[in-house]
Write a protein that binds this ligand. Structure first.
Ligand code: SAM
Length: 292
């Protein structure tokens, strides 16, 4: 099967197999070869690599990944795409399709089974309805990936790369910073997909960090981050006093101790969480873990 990564071939294949992009699965098929070349270049894929692709769709990007990588494992939830993928990937012997929900897929097992336990490179034009859970799943599997190169809504890319104090700064920014070094690779307009999505998109590259950037206990660190951003309009002290939950257990955080920890970390008792950097959150969470 020839390369189908262009509008004419994509329409022909969709028509041939009677495929109507399913909104519930966030299906917007890429039709721009330049975008896929940039994704492959940014991720630095070589024949030594095993790529995990999330959502191959009709296989347009998969076909190109198969030519650059040693192996490609593509996880797809929509089984109705079976016949079209069998056709478009008929000459790609190094591609395995796993029919599964990515959020229910054991990624460590995939790395073990298909790459001898070595890190994978994750690549995807993500289904936008579950962007955040998928990113969190990939990031939390430390050691499983050495890079994650994904298409996301522009709004998510802006949140991922936001600076403290800005409107876009939030829990996802801090999670990404804890696990990786993020970079926006390029913007992608709606015309690069069929059907056209209602939003602009961006390709982002997250390079996994070998070591966490802080020795704070991640359970405490992210508990403080959640308490801060769950109640964005409140001061950080109020957010912590009203709702600090560590490892599923509510912590009784008395105001006096919280204020003392803020001051010990050089922070004002009236500070808002959205102005704190990752290292400030980390120091505060260490102090709270010691004193609460
Ligand atoms: N990679 C293709 C492309 O670029 O043309 C399709 C991208 S489309 C935006 C997202 C793909 O993810 C679809 O194939 C969709 O069926 C699949 N998908 C949606 N939810 C999924 C899930 N939970 N697990 C695995 N795949 C999923």
């Amino acid at each position: 099967m020839p390369d189908i990564l262009n509008p004419g071939e994509t329409l022909r294949i969709l028509d041939k197999y009677g495929i109507h992009a399913r909104k519930k699965y966030g299906q917007n098929f890429l039709i721009d070869r330049g975008v896929v070349s940039d994704i492959i270049e940014a991720s630095g894929i070589t024949k030594e690599d095993c790529v995990l692709e999330i959502g191959p769709g009709i296989g347009s990007m998969t076909w190109h990944l198969a030519r650059s990588a040693g192996k490609v494992v593509s996880v797809e939830i929509d089984r109705s795409l079976g016949p079209v993928l069998a056709d478009t990937l008929s000459d790609c012997e190094n591609v395995t399709i796993l029919w599964n929900d990515i959020l229910k897929t054991d990624l460590r097992k995939v790395a073990e089974e298909y790459n001898g336990g070595r890190p994978l490179k994750a690549v995807a034009n993500l289904p936008y309805y579950i962007t955040t859970p998928i990113l969190m799943q990939l990031l939390a599997e430390q050691g499983c990936f050495d890079s994650i190169t994904v298409m996301v809504q522009k709004e998510v890319a802006d949140r991922i790369t936001a600076k403290p104090g800005s409107r876009d700064y939030g829990a996802i920014t801090l999670a990404v910073d804890y696990y990786s070094k993020p970079e926006i690779v390029r913007p992608v307009p709606p015309g690069c997909f069929i059907p056209r999505p209602g939003v602009d998109s961006s390709v982002v590259l997250l390079r996994a960090l070998e070591e966490p950037p802080t020795d704070a206990d991640p359970a405490w660190l992210f508990a403080v981050v959640r308490a801060s951003f769950n109640q964005r309009r409140k001061t950080l002290a109020n957010g912590i006093v009203n709702g600090l939950t560590v490892g599923g257990k509510r912590v009784n955080a008395d105001r006096g101790t919280v204020v003392k920890c803020l001051e010990e970390c050089g922070l004002s008792p009236s500070v808002r969480g959205e102005t704190l950097s990752l290292s400030e959150f980390a120091e505060l969470s260490k102090c709270l873990a010691k004193n609460l």
